[in-house]
Write a new protein. Structure first.
Length: 91
């Protein structure tokens, strides 16, 4: 007779099911080609600004309005949320 009322066996069964499910998950698809490439951004604000990339930790510095800086692919999504920084036209 079991001291835990069969709960130990039930937990073992559930763990095997969870492990099997974790193994069967397919890897995420690779991002589109453009998403892996760095992109150029332009500063449209006034003065100067420095922005730290959320993923890479790289500090990007825009000294004046119109400055263009190449942003690492990993940081592009976060840079899209900056108010005075836009993807450069024609880049």
């Amino acid at each position: 007779m079991s001291c835990c009322g069969g709960k130990r066996e039930q937990l073992a069964r559930e763990r095997r099911v969870q492990e099997r499910a974790a193994v069967e998950i397919e890897p995420a698809p690779q991002p589109a080609g453009r998403a892996r490439n760095p992109r150029t951004f332009e500063y449209v604000g006034h003065g100067s600004v420095s922005v730290r990339g959320a993923v890479s930790g790289t500090v990007y510095r825009f000294a004046r309005r119109g400055d263009r800086v190449e942003i690492a692919a990993a940081d592009v999504f976060g840079m899209m949320g900056e108010r005075d920084i836009r993807p450069a036209a024609g880049a």
